[in-house]
Design a protein around this ligand. Sequence first.
Ligand code: FES
Length: 177
Amino acid sequence: MARREKAIGKDVVISKAGGIGLAPLRPAMYHLISQRNQYGKIVILYGARTPEDILYKHDLEQWRGRFDVEAQVTVDNADGNWRGDVGVVTTLIRRAQFNPSRAIAMICGPEVMMRFTIVELQNCGAGEDNIFISMERNMRCGIGFCGHCQFGPVFVCKDGPVFNYGCIKNFFGKREI
Ligand code: FES
């Protein structure tokens, strides 16, 4: 079943931290909002290093302003003008209003962040087959040729970059892979 169909009727949680901001997950958010009535709760949890590192602020503000979307933002290091949350993005999971046992989660960020996010989601009752992670690492050729993106038995460029956690859990997080 396609990821999109799998999410229909469920709560959807998007968790993103660091790197290139929301870019990889913005299209998913746009789709969810355009088909809003097909989904349960929609939650976006976004973490940045500092307030200056927050990208796509306009999108985040718009989502925060909706009654049918929960958007939470946190930073690792705040400055004096920051009035929001401080801390890693995983701390937002327990506060978010969704039902983990009937939620689809999409995660994108540094591998260590994704690992902690997965643990937190599973501790809350999320199923491993309902967790999708987007791998961004080690891309060079992009066509399955150079081997730089090899990740266990798969290639991120050819087989991903989005993977179902249940399918890759045996080698996800292993440094030497
Ligand atoms: S980027 Fe070269 S094999 Fe994937």
